[in-house]
Design a protein around this ligand. Structure first.
Ligand SMILES: Cc1cc2nc3c(=O)[nH]c(=O)nc-3n(C[C@H](O)[C@H](O)[C@H](O)COP(=O)(O)O)c2cc1C
Length: 324
C-alpha cells in the first residue's frame, strides 16, 4: 500500500512538500511540472523546481522526490530528461493531465490524450534517454472530453516504457468537478502490465477506503486532500481517527513554520496570498483554521498577519527545534 503526494503547481512547492512529508506517511512526492519547450533547460531550472535535487532528491526528512516534465516534443522531452537524469532525481514523471488553457494551447498536458501515438513516442524517447536505474512514470487523466481512448492512452504509455501510471480519474473537461471515476482506474489497472495508482477526490479516510474498493488498486496519490488535512496520510497508515482538537497544536506549528519560511522564499507582497491559500484549504477540515482565515482574510500586510498569528499562538516550533 503506497501513498504518494501529488504534484500541485503553485500549491505544493518544495516548502509545502517539506512540511507535509515531515508529518509523514508518504512513500514519495512528485514535484510540480517543469515545462519543456524547444530548448535544453539549464540545471538551475530543474533545481528551482525541485531544490531537493541538492539533497539527493530527498526532502529534509528523507522522502524521495520525483520531478515532473510537461511537453509534447519527444526529442526535447528526451533530451531534457537526459539532462535532468544527470542531477539524480528519484524519478522522472511525465504530465498528461494538466488542463490549463495556456499549457494546452501549446500542446501540453491533458490535450495530448487525443494523441496516443504521441504519448508512446514521448514515453519511449524519455525512457531511452534515462538510465534504467531512474524510474520513468506518467500521470494521465481519463481523456480530453470522454473515456473513448482511455485504455489506448494507458497502453501507449506502458508500451512506451513507463514503469507506473498515476490516473487522475477525470477527463480534462471534468476539470476538478467531483466525482472522480475510480472504477476507471481499475479498468486500466486490469488491462495494463504496469502498476496503476489512483488519484482524485480523496479528502479523508472514508474516501481512501472507497477509492480502494471501487478501483481495486492499493496505491493512492493524494492531492488537495493532503494540503487540506496534513495528517491524512499519517492517519491512513496508523488507523487513528480524525480529531481536530487533538491535532490543532501540531498543525498550528506547521502553519507557523510555513509562514516563517514563505516570507523567506517569496516577496513580501506574495506571502499573505500563500498563507491564505493554505488556510482556505485547511478550513475544510479545521474550524480553528476557519477562524484564522476569517481573521487574516482582509489583512494585506505581513506585519499585521504576523501579529494575528502570534495572538492565536501560531508559532514556528520546528524552527526553534532546528536552531537548538
Ligand atoms: C493547484 C493545483 C496544481 C496542480 N498542478 C499539477 C502539476 O503540476 N502536475 C500534475 O500532474 N498535476 C497537477 N495537479 C493535479 C493534481 O496532481 C491531482 O491530480 C488533482 O488535484 C486531483 O487530485 P485531488 O482531487 O486529490 O486534488 C494540480 C492540482 C492543483 C489543485
Amino acid at each position: 500500500m503506497k501513498l504518494l503526494l501529488a504534484p500541485m503547481e503553485g500549491l505544493a512547492d518544495a516548502l509545502m512538500r517539506e512540511l507535509l512529508c515531515a508529518v509523514g506517511g508518504y512513500d514519495w512526492a512528485v514535484s510540480e511540472f517543469a515545462r519543456v519547450t524547444g530548448t535544453a533547460l539549464p540545471d538551475r531550472f530543474f533545481r528551482r523546481v525541485s531544490p531537493e535535487l541538492e539533497r539527493g532528491a530527498l526532502t529534509a526528512t528523507g522522502t524521495p522526490v520525483r520531478l515532473q516534465l510537461l511537453g509534447s516534443d519527444p526529442g526535447w522531452m528526451g533530451e531534457n530528461a537526459r539532462r535532468l537524469a544527470r542531477l539524480g532525481p528519484a524519478g522522472i514523471d511525465l504530465n498528461f493531465g494538466c488542463p490549463a488553457p495556456t499549457v494546452n494551447r501549446h500542446r501540453g498536458g491533458a490535450v495530448l490524450l487525443d494523441e496516443p501515438d504521441l504519448l508512446y513516442r514521448i514515453a519511449s524517447e524519455v525512457r531511452r534517454q534515462v538510465p534504467a536505474t531512474i524510474p520513468v512514470t506518467a500521470k494521465m487523466r481519463l481523456g480530453v472530453r470522454d473515456t473513448g481512448r482511455t485504455l489506448e492512452c494507458g497502453h501507449a504509455l506502458a508500451d512506451g516504457g513507463v514503469g507506473q501510471l498515476v490516473v487522475h480519474a477525470r477527463t480534462k473537461l471534468d476539470g476538478y468537478r467531483p466525482p472522480a471515476h475510480w472504477p476507471w482506474v481499475g479498468r486500466l489497472a486490469s488491462s495494463l502490465p504496469i502498476p496503476v495508482v489512483a488519484n482524485g477526490e480523496v479528502w479523508c479516510e472514508a474516501d481512501w477506503r472507497r477509492c480502494l474498493a471501487e478501483s481495486g488498486v492499493q496505491d493512492v496519490m493524494l492531492g488537495r486532500g493532503a494540503v487540506a488535512d496534513p495528517f491524512l496520510a499519517r492517519r491512513i497508515r496508523s488507523g487513528e481517527s480524525f480529531h481536530a482538537g487533538r491535532d490543532w497544536p501540531e498543525l498550528a506549528t506547521l502553519i507557523g513554520e510555513f509562514w516563517l519560511r514563505v516570507q523567506r522564499k517569496v516577496a513580501a507582497r506574495h506571502a499573505p496570498g500563500r498563507l491564505k491559500q493554505w488556510l482556505n484549504l485547511l478550513r475544510r477540515c479545521y474550524p480553528q483554521a476557519e477562524a484564522l482565515f476569517s481573521a487574516v482574510r482582509q489583512v494585506p500586510d505581513v506585519a499585521r498577519i504576523g501579529a494575528v498569528l502570534a495572538a492565536a499562538d501560531v508559532r514556528p516550533l520546528l524552527s526553534a527545534r532546528n536552531a537548538a
